[in-house]
Design a protein around this ligand. Structure first.
Ligand code: TYD
Ligand code: MG
Length: 457
């Protein structure tokens, strides 16, 4: 390419890594075939429009810190994940697969915010105003006004926002927005970055809270939300099993709060409903006294959630046994199977094994280890674990059962839901400070190695 012409570079559309030449594998996120060629943009445009003045540096001693201003959305699960409501002037990214319910969640939030007298502007680049209205009608009556805009040119959006100064702006989705100056197609890495940084300036300068929707993309040239994770204040992912109605809102990054909270919702005919008691919800439909089904406990932030771990172990018909893990880490399952094989002398090498965390939740916590091992053994031996039994604990390579954090909360949650027996690491059992009446009659069984699981089955 001739010098002085528009320069281009190659970007990873998953994580935004920039390279001067095309690469097969991204050195940053290790994905294959994600590089696309795009023009390089010098970000300088748009300042006048935002009315940004020349700034003076401030003296540290003169900076006054006030608690950041927060607005509660009134959707409890959402507020908690945000860290206690929406921070004024923050930019929040809501990512997730297409069709998972991002637009629905944000529209419901708009409804609540409008009801408490906030000026809200909902900008959609994907749907017409009529379509938004149709969705809004499903969600119930909007008591107060909500401003809608169907637009993809971000400069026009910025103009309208600067003029009207709403309290909250929703951009649905960032991949449909473009700025003419950038010169590449909407959804490309450079467009997505440029539009996000424009929105960031807008949020900070005018103290408007901005929510940006980002679709997770599997293929094509559309940049994924990970490209902008580092630019925004808060990153939330909305996930769930497309076929089930549960949805989990998970904080991945939060400049204003903790990131390990999750919100649980159910998608109904009239929008998303909060699920206040996720454990009960996750265990719905659990089979009674069936081999291969075990209840385990995982902590999601400060909240214990009981989940059912299912395993199916059977003789393989292939040279290479099949193994799958849905809802948990595949490599971890393989490792745990190797531990069983070596430490308990049970031959699993010629068995297929399938593990599933029921309910569509993804759990990567080591405390699930004991549940996975118990489920595998239960299915292999065809012996059911009593369905009122729960277990948690980390399993080490020599088959020892190691302590996990927040054992008390886990035990209490199990007792609250009426479980009769709780199998936990011996170390945790010794340290527990729970009164007998809070245990609600539940028996605590502390174990040190996975051998002892066999005795319980
Ligand atoms: P949507 O919010 O459009 O998803 P996204 O913005 O993440 O792409 O949600 C779409 C799905 O939700 C669609 O399959 C229909 C379903 N849905 C309901 O089940 N109930 C409802 O009240 C609404 C509005 C949508
Ligand atoms: Mg949508």
């Amino acid at each position: 390419m001739a010098k002085g012409k528009n320069k281009t570079a190659f970007f990873c559309k998953d994580c935004g890594f920039e390279s001067v030449k095309w690469l097969g594998q991204c050195p940053s996120c290790h994905e294959w075939n994600t590089f696309v060629e795009e023009p390089v943009v010098k970000s300088s445009v748009g300042k006048e429009r935002l009315g940004i003045r020349k700034k003076e540096p401030s003296k540290l001693s003169e900076v006054s810190i006030t608690e950041e201003e927060r607005t509660l959305t009134g959707i409890g699960e959402f507020d908690r994940v945000l860290g206690g409501g929406i921070v004024t002037g923050s930019l929040v990214l809501v990512g997730g697969d297409p069709g998972i319910g991002k637009s629905t969640l944000l529209l419901q939030m708009c409804r609540k915010l409008a009801a408490i007298g906030k000026n809200v502007l909902y900008v959609s680049g994907e749907e017409s105003i009529k379509q938004i209205k149709m969705r809004a009608d499903r969600l119930g009556k909007f008591e107060k006004e909500l401003l809608l805009l169907s637009e993809t040119d971000l400069d026009i959006v910025v103009e309208i926002v600067t003029e009207r100064k709403p309290d909250v702006v929703i951009i649905d989705s960032i991949q449909t927005m473009y700025r003419e100056e950038v010169g590449s197609a909407p959804g490309s890495v450079s467009q997505v970055r440029e539009t996000t940084s424009t929105l960031m300036r807008l949020a900070k300068e005018l103290a408007i809270s901005v929510f940006v929707v980002g679709h997770v993309t599997k293929e094509g040239v559309v940049a994924g939300p990970r490209v902008l994770e580092h630019m925004v204040d808060t990153v939330l992912y909305f996930e769930g099993d497309g076929s089930a109605s549960y949805r989990f809102l998970r904080g991945v990054k939060n400049r204003f709060g903790s990131t390990n909270e999750i919100g649980v919702f159910e998608m109904r005919g009239n929008g998303l409903t909060e699920v206040a008691n996720p454990s009960e919800y996750m265990l719905q439909g659990k089979p009674e006294n069936e081999p291969g089904s075990v209840v385990a406990c995982s902590m999601e932030g400060t909240r214990p959630i009981l989940v059912e771990v299912q395993a199916l172990v059977c003789q393989t018909n292939f040279n290479m046994p099949r193994r799958t893990a849905a809802g948990t880490d595949y490599n971890r399952v393989n490792l745990l199977m190797a531990v069983i094989e070596k430490r308990l002398g049970i031959r699993l090498g010629d068995c297929d094994a399938y593990i599933n965390v029921a309910g569509g939740m993804r759990i990567n916590e080591p405390a699930l280890d004991l549940g996975i091992i118990a489920a595998l053994l239960s299915s292999y031996r065809n012996l059911a674990l009593d369905s009122r039994t729960i277990c948690f604990g980390e399993v080490g390579l020599v088959g020892e059962v190691r302590a996990v954090n927040m054992a008390e909360q886990r035990v209490l949650e199990a007792a609250k839901l009426g479980f009769r027996r709780c199998i936990l690491p011996q170390v945790n059992k010794k340290q527990l400070e729970i009164s007998t009446e809070m245990l609600n009659g539940m028996q605590l069984i502390g174990i040190q190695t996975i051998h002892e699981i066999l005795g319980v089955l």
